[in-house]
Write a protein of this length. Structure first.
Length: 194
């Protein structure tokens, strides 16, 4: 009986070891592994939810201080083909080839606008101005492009995507971020249908 319980305990601990490490560490490991095989351009995407239920998950992966992970994936190009690697905090997932990928090439084109955004917010912080309040409920999406180990980020709450009105074009990068997140969603949908 003791041997049976010991085997069961080892099995249980082994299956949940990635959950204990956290999705962030697992993601870093997967990105490092792809870079090790000379994949130099990656798009990391995650979506998560605060104070809401995620439909269709059989188990919850907790992410970023208690938020629940919805999507977690890496899109990359290797030997002229695009792939998506989808995984969760239990390291269960899949790798598939994408027939069409628009998000990764588009992300590359908007990097100058995102750098302008970074400079704008840095200047605002220097002036002790805070452009918008922090949102804690609802859905969130993050995207990060990694090119030769350099990174650029996009982060947006679901409510920002639907409530944004750029009347004076001061924050022109927001429309580019919204388009990027839409393209990622379309790439994911294309992947799921194939």
């Amino acid at each position: 009986m003791k041997k049976y319980l010991l085997v069961l305990l080892i099995f249980f601990c082994n299956n949940h070891s990635y959950a204990q490490k956290g999705i962030e560490k697992l993601t870093v490991h997967k990105i490092d592994s792809l870079q090790h095989i000379h994949v130099d351009t990656l798009l990391y995407y995650d979506s998560y939810c605060g104070e809401c239920e995620i439909k269709g998950n059989t188990h919850n992966c907790y992410f970023k201080s208690g938020y629940i992970l919805d999507d977690n994936l890496i899109i990359y190009q290797q030997h002229g083909k695009f792939y998506v690697l989808i995984f969760d905090c239990y390291n269960s997932g899949s790798k598939r080839q994408l027939i069409n990928c628009e998000s990764l090439p588009y992300f590359l084109t908007i990097i100058p606008a995102l750098k302008a955004q970074d400079r704008f917010f840095k200047d605002q912080r220097k002036k002790n101005l805070f452009p918008h309040s922090s949102i804690s409920d609802g859905g969130f999406e993050d995207a990060e492009i990694i090119i030769n180990r350099k990174k650029q980020y996009v982060s947006m709450a679901e409510s920002e995507k639907t409530n944004f009105r750029d009347t004076d074009n001061t924050h022109y990068w927001v429309n580019k971020e919204i388009k990027l997140l839409k393209l990622i969603s379309e790439d994911i949908t294309i992947k799921k249908d194939n």
